[in-house]
Design a protein around this ligand. Structure first.
Ligand code: T3D
Length: 257
């Protein structure tokens, strides 16, 4: 079913693993399509309440497979056909998406990590805005997300100098949600994802939606949208459970509905 990624669901978490380790999990058109398919499948499955994107082998993702790009190719078209739909699919997914950055994330691989909601970063991982090193501009939403996460000045610096950012530095600039040691990597990534998967999934989806909307709306428009969002959240089973659990002084058992 998938050739360039692997996909499995376990304890409410969909594990999407980029699986071209010999090329440091570089993107091909096929891989882009398979990622989109896996995100779409996860988004529509009741069983899935959190999604992890990670890489097989020593890298997270090295960006576009440069051996697949023919000279003279229209890069704008390539973005419109392959990368923009993938980034849109991720942005519109109302389930939490975690990038488990197990190794280097370069070029569009960095963009992929930025587009996720959380970045768990192995202590041996690094980020590299590699585009400038081959004469390109950061793409796949890179500048859009990077400037929001680290601020304008740092985004410009990382993009213009194209130098590796080690995990510890990534944590200091707000790129990493958490830096995890190699020994604790598997256990902690799993625990982080399963914790999110046990939370009220619909509310998380709405939080993502309205946080993003807040960048584009006036306060007046935003407050209208927010009221609609809270109306929807208030109709969920998880809201009833949350209030009941509070009254009964017990931990809420959310079901994601
Ligand atoms: O241009 C367009 O098509 C438009 C779209 C752009 C989107 C983009 O993503 S542009 C940016 C593309 N990515 C890069 O420029 C990063 C290129 N890779 C690197 O800079 C380095 O490989 C890394 C810093 C990621 C890792 O360095 P290192 O020293 O740990 O590993 P390595 O020896 O460089 O790479 C290991 C192998 O993976 C090697 O193959 P080999 O010699 O063992 O057969 C290398 O060629 C291959 N590899 C790494 N990155 C890519 C790749 N093969 C194809 N495409 C890659 N992006």
């Amino acid at each position: 079913m998938y050739e360039t990624i692997t996909y499995r669901v376990e304890n409410g978490v969909a594990w999407l693993t980029l699986n071209r380790p010999d090329k440091l999990n570089a993107f091909t058109s096929q891989m882009n399509r398979e990622i989109q398919k896996a995100i779409k499948t996860s988004a529509s499955s009741d069983e899935v309440r959190a999604i992890i994107i990670t890489g097989e082998g020593r890298a997270f993702c090295s960006g576009q497979d440069l051996s697949e790009v023919d000279e003279g190719v229209n890069l704008g078209q390539m973005l419109r056909e392959d990368y923009s739909p993938m980034m849109q699919q991720i942005a519109s997914c109302e389930k939490p998406i975690i990038a488990a950055v197990n190794g280097v994330a370069a070029g569009a691989g960095f963009s992929l990590a930025l587009a996720c909601d959380f970045r768990l970063v192995s202590e041996k991982a690094s980020f590299l805005n590699a585009f400038v090193n081959i004469g390109l501009i950061p793409d796949s939403g890179n500048l859009y997300y990077l400037s929001r996460i680290v601020g304008h000045a740092k985004a410009l610096e990382l993009s213009v100098f194209g130098e590796k950012v080690p995990a510890a530095e990534a944590k200091n600039m707000g790129l990493a949600t958490k830096v995890i040691s190699v020994e604790e990597w598997n256990e902690q990534v799993k625990a982080f994802a399963e914790n999110i998967a046990s939370k009220p999934t619909k509310a998380i989806g709405l939080i993502k939606r309205y946080l993003e909307a807040s960048y584009h709306l006036s306060l007046e428009e935003y407050l209208k949208e927010e009221a609609e969002g809270q109306r929807i959240a208030g109709l969920t089973i998880d809201y009833s459970e949350g209030v009941t659990a509070f009254a009964e002084k017990r931990k809420a058992q959310f079901i994601g509905k």
